[in-house]
Write a protein that binds this ligand. Structure first.
Ligand code: SF4
Length: 137
């Protein structure tokens, strides 16, 4: 089983209240081969929501609110979904502060990317679950 970012599966859960559908992910979900999660919603954040980026080990919204605990909680709950479904691979939305893989925004809200993983991605990698982004499909 594969765990995938819910927004890639057509669920309107991103910060803007939009989805980012990816054809391959849609097919995997349709065929019962993938399970969806949105760590930010699982952490209790609303949709739509103020965008957030990682900076100095925390996650801060554009308005300056520290939402690190919500991101950590959501990542843990999403990890449990992955473990309960025996997922050994994931396909996650690129650049997200939760789901980004290898590249994330730098915390300046200027669109600049730096090396790093989202909060959920880090947890999956620590558990040995392979992570790729939709860009690598
Ligand atoms: Fe998509 Fe992940 Fe952001 Fe949820 S947390 S909207 S699944 S990128």
């Amino acid at each position: 089983m594969i765990i995938v970012s819910a927004c890639l599966a057509g669920i309107k859960c991103n910060w803007e209240g939009k989805s980012k559908p990816c054809q391959k992910v849609l097919e995997l979900v349709r065929d019962g081969k993938a399970v969806t999660v949105c760590p930010e919603q699982l952490g209790g954040l609303g949709t739509p929501r103020i965008p957030a980026e990682q900076i100095d080990g925390k996650v801060i919204t554009k308005e300056g609110r520290d939402v690190t605990s919500e991101f950590n909680k959501g990542a843990l709950l999403a990890l449990n979904v992955a473990l309960n479904n025996r997922c050994d691979k994931s396909i996650l939305k690129s650049k997200s502060p939760s789901c980004g893989c290898d590249l994330v925004y730098d915390g300046s809200f200027s669109g600049k990317l730096i090396e790093g993983d989202g909060v959920f991605t880090k947890l999956l990698k620590e558990k040995g679950i392979e992570v790729i982004s939709e860009k690598e499909l």
